[in-house]
Design a protein around this ligand. Sequence first.
Ligand SMILES: NC(=O)c1ccc[n+]([C@@H]2O[C@H](COP(=O)([O-])OP(=O)(O)OC[C@H]3O[C@@H](n4cnc5c(N)ncnc54)[C@H](O)[C@@H]3O)[C@@H](O)[C@H]2O)c1
Ligand SMILES: C[N+](C)(C)CC=O
Length: 491
Amino acid sequence: MPFLKYADAIYVGGEWEKTDRREAVINPADESLLIEAPVGSARQVEAAIGAARHAFDRSDWSHLPVAERQKILTRFLDALDARKGAIVDMIVAEAGATRMLAEFLQYGIPMKHARRTVELASRPAVTPLPVELTPNAQGRTTLGTGVVSREPVGVVAAISPYNFPFFLNVGKVVPALAVGCTVVLKPSPYTPMEALILGEIADEVGLPKGVLSIVTGDIETGKLLTTDPRVDLVHFTGSDKVGAMIQAQAAPTLKRIVMELGGKSALIVRSDADIQKAAAAGLMGFTTHCGQGCALTTRHLVHNSVRPQFVEALKGMLTHIRIGNPADPAVNYGPLIREVARKRTEDYVAIARDEGATLVSGGKRPEGLDKGFYFEPTLFDNVKNDSRLAQEEVFGPIGAVIGFDDDDEAIALANASDFGLSGAIYSADAGQAYRMALKIRTGGVSINGGAGTMQSDAPFGGIKRSGYGREYGEDGLNEFTYQKVIGFHAE
Ligand SMILES: NC(=O)c1ccc[n+]([C@@H]2O[C@H](COP(=O)([O-])OP(=O)(O)OC[C@H]3O[C@@H](n4cnc5c(N)ncnc54)[C@H](O)[C@@H]3O)[C@@H](O)[C@H]2O)c1
Ligand SMILES: C[N+](C)(C)CC=O
């Protein structure tokens, strides 16, 4: 399938450069070869950083009037929309997302966020300080005032994971460029195409050379980007384990970092909840993208009085799952990304059984699907919150049902996690759900199916091992800036 114009080259400083190394990228649905993707060399990665540094320091991008950057970025987003069909096909083939997920969540939402980000870039970048009268050394009063100016932080190394590749690449590149930063983007080696296509679009719309480079590779490329003194900010999305490595790698050069990491979020179902709606949310919480979502609610905390109904309802809904090749529009549940992820999920089934949890449904490779990295949606009941299944991020399709007896216990269980990314509450008493949401230590909580952090103006991010910093909305934009005070003096 000819997804890319330059499938054998990476985008360095505005030029397409062939690489010495190539690595196979396979389709997780059938293990077929998609492309022999280019892998950047250390020299090429260093050249991309150099080009970004030069483009930033020359200042013609960061000092452009914001309206000019907005025009270029709107052309950039329009050009992406013109290739939407091909990009959606790419996400289906490379990330294994079902067609519907690829179209609406993996493509549609980030494009909506990106257009809003471009609009928000014209927020006032300079705000006045109030006038202040201060006695000086001679006892005379001086007039203190000035402005606070938001400046682009500089060169950004954007590092993204495989599960929502287009979403997260666009979510890093667009706000960084909108405020005047320059960017070197490194995607996951499993999903390089959703990044390389951004280079083609940059070329097409005439983004100045060096403002955006796309380099490919894995750990070595990532290490170069996070240790090079010419990089000012690392904007990382991925696992907490790699996040911790990056924090250490970036420490000697004291880089700023934004970390969007993993989660083990709780769905709380109160006794007065609409059980059908809560079970539908529970289903989405571990089956969406085969469980490969950071903000999914994989821990289902259910009031013991309604737990049997919840589990039954969920079990019934699982019968509507159509597993198969996600390119087929009738399929609503695809594969995991690689065999290592499939095997890890299988291992957690064994761990959960050893821990005494009750297997309700799933637990193995689906029959008749021997090629591809498929795993049945798997539900466990009677899970203990301090078990490994409840505490560790599986990043595969396993839901864990845990009982509780009152709201305080539900809040305590939700918070008894090293992660703190998202959460959800179902209850007929929205006021009580809101009071509970205020006590839950995560970056966001959705009540009765509210859009929560998936809105374009809502800051997205976590606390604890889910990371720090925010994406999207004004706070997301501000992560790519620093504040400078310019003071005036008048006698
Ligand atoms: N919070 C969020 O917004 C969010 C969104 C999507 C995924 N995630 C998380 O991402 C993880 C799944 O994605 P993954 O398996 O691709 O993550 P990962 O952490 O294994 O890899 C992420 C990226 O880091 C790179 N990398 C690996 N080692 C590196 C190093 N030492 N230095 C620099 N870069 C390095 C990888 O090549 C990849 O591009 C899950 O934990 C998931 O929760 C978080
Ligand atoms: C990108 N997002 C937040 C939709 C899903 C994370 O894996």
